[in-house]
Design a protein around this ligand. Sequence first.
Ligand code: ATP
Length: 221
Amino acid sequence: MAKKQFAVIGLGRFGSSVAKFLAEMGYEVLAIDEDQERVQDVAHIVTHAVSADTTDEEAIRALGIRNFDVVVVAIGQNIQASILTTLILKDLGVPQIIAKAQNELHGKVLSKIGADKVVFPERDMGLRVAHHLISPNILEHIELSSDYSIVEMKVPSSIVGKSLKQLDIRVKYNCNVLAVKRDGEMNITPRPDESLCADDVLVIVGRNEQLTRLEQAYAEA
Ligand code: ATP
C-alpha cells in the first residue's frame, strides 16, 4: 500500500512541528505558508515547501492539493483565512481535512463546513497540564469520547504491595486495568494475584467520573 501523502498549511509552531515530524517519519509532506521565511525554515526537512496564500482558490488548485490524502490546516490567529482555506479544500474534494481551531466557536464553524477533525492544541495542552497538577500520579490521559478515557497512572504509595485482585478495581470503580507497565515493559495480561511495585504504571480504561473517584481515593488513602 502506498504511503499516505500529507500537506500542511500554516507553518507556525503547531504546523511546522506536524510537518517536520511527518517528514522525519519518512512521509511525503508539502508545507505551505504565505510567509516566505517560514517556508525557508522547513524547506530542508520536508519534501516540498512553497509560499502561497491558501485563500486564493487558483493558487491552491495549482499546487495539486486534491491529490494529497490528508491536509492539515494549521492557520490559527487569522480565523477568516483558516475558514476560507478549509472551505476551498472541501470544495476541491480533499479526502481528509484536519483543522486547528483557536476557540470553540472557530471549531464549530470548521466542523460545519466539513473539516473531518478539529483540534484545539492550546486548550488540550492546558487541560493536560491542569490535570497533571491536580493528579500528579496521572502520567497520560487519552480521551476516548466525552465520557470515557484511558489513563496511565503511576502506582500511588497507598496501593504498593497490593494485587489487582485485592484492589478489585472492576467492581469498586467499574474500570478495567488494561495493562501494567514495569521497567519499560508493557504487560497486557497482568496476573490478578501479583503485587504492584512502586514504579509500576497502571493503564486503566473507564468512565471519567469513575477514574477521578479512583485517583482521588488512592491519592488520599
Ligand atoms: P502557532 O500557535 O502554531 O504558532 P498561530 O495560532 O499563532 O500558530 P498563526 O501564526 O496565525 O497561527 O498562523 C500560522 C501560520 O499560518 C503563519 O505562519 C501564517 O503566515 C500562516 N498563514 C496565515 N494565513 C495564511 C494564508 N492565507 N495562506 C497561507 N498561510 C497563511
